[in-house]
Design a protein around this ligand. Structure first.
Ligand SMILES: Nc1ncnc2c1ncn2[C@@H]1O[C@H](COP(=O)(O)OP(=O)(O)OP(=O)(O)O)[C@@H](O)[C@H]1O
Ligand SMILES: [Mg+2]
Length: 219
């Protein structure tokens, strides 16, 4: 479904990715580990179509992503990609409902009722049905990440890219977020790619990759 072939990327003379290759199947759940600075976030940025690689190919469902222009990439992201960040990237002064609502792409032709229906269903899925009107500021870290996960799913993506999604959470809460990913993975036809420093988290996924020297090894 998702194939990276020999991806290279350098920043200011620093060669970060040196030929990273990866194949992700439909509905797979994998993790990517690697030292700080190894290029994990860069790799996710490339996979999301947010960072243009210098070389190599990205094939997504038989479509060559590397040949798309900005407009084509925007459409690709909207249709296929959900992103979850370590620091949630929510708007603290807004409610849970409004934060998830903001994840629905404005160009999407979706009625107000359909948006509300979808947000309620996702809130239920992530266990926040009673907190929809709560201001995000008042939530715990684990709850905030649940909001961010709901937002990442609101356009029905093919794949969710999660960059250290448990990095700001204590061990127990991190476990509950992984439980949630597991459950979502079972319910939805979405693939999950999780970047993590945590071996215990990685071990819960189907495959563990390690980013070393700019290349991906399946461990
Ligand atoms: N936009 C950029 N401009 C210049 N250098 C960059 C840029 N983005 C990343 N880098 C450099 O590329 C290297 C890899 O960064 P990246 O953020 O991908 O690492 P990482 O594996 O995600 O690290 P961490 O575990 O700390 O999040 C780092 O040395 C970083 O400084
Ligand atoms: Mg990073």
């Amino acid at each position: 479904m998702y194939k990276l072939e020999n991806i290279t990327k350098r920043f200011n003379g620093q060669q970060v990715l040196k030929g990273a290759s990866l194949a992700v199947g439909e509905k797979e759940m994998i993790s990517i580990m690697g030292k700080s600075g190894a290029g994990k976030s860069t790799l996710l940025g490339v996979m999301a179509g947010l960072i243009k690689p210098d070389g190599g190919k990205i094939i997504f469902q038989d479509q060559d992503i590397t040949s798309l222009d900005e407009e084509g990439l925007a459409v690709f992201r909207l249709k296929h990609i959900g992103i979850v960040f370590q620091d949630f990237k929510l708007i603290p002064s807004l409610s849970v409902f409004d934060n998830v609502l903001l994840g629905i792409h404005p160009r999407r032709d979706v009625s107000k009722q359909e948006k509300a229906r979808r947000i309620h269903a996702l809130a239920e899925e992530v266990g926040l049905q009673d907190k929809l009107q709560e201001q995000v500021d008042n939530l715990s870290g684990g709850e905030k990440q649940r909001v961010a996960i709901a937002r990442s799913l609101v356009n029905g993506p093919t794949v969710v890219l999660a960059d250290e999604p448990t990095g700001n959470l204590d061990e127990k809460t991190a476990g509950t977020i992984l439980d949630l990913f597991d459950r979502l993975h079972q319910h939805l036809s979405t693939a999950f790619i999780i970047v993590t420093h945590d071996k215990d988290i990685a071990q819960r996924t189907q495959k563990i990759y390690s980013l070393q020297e700019g290349m991906l090894l399946c461990t």
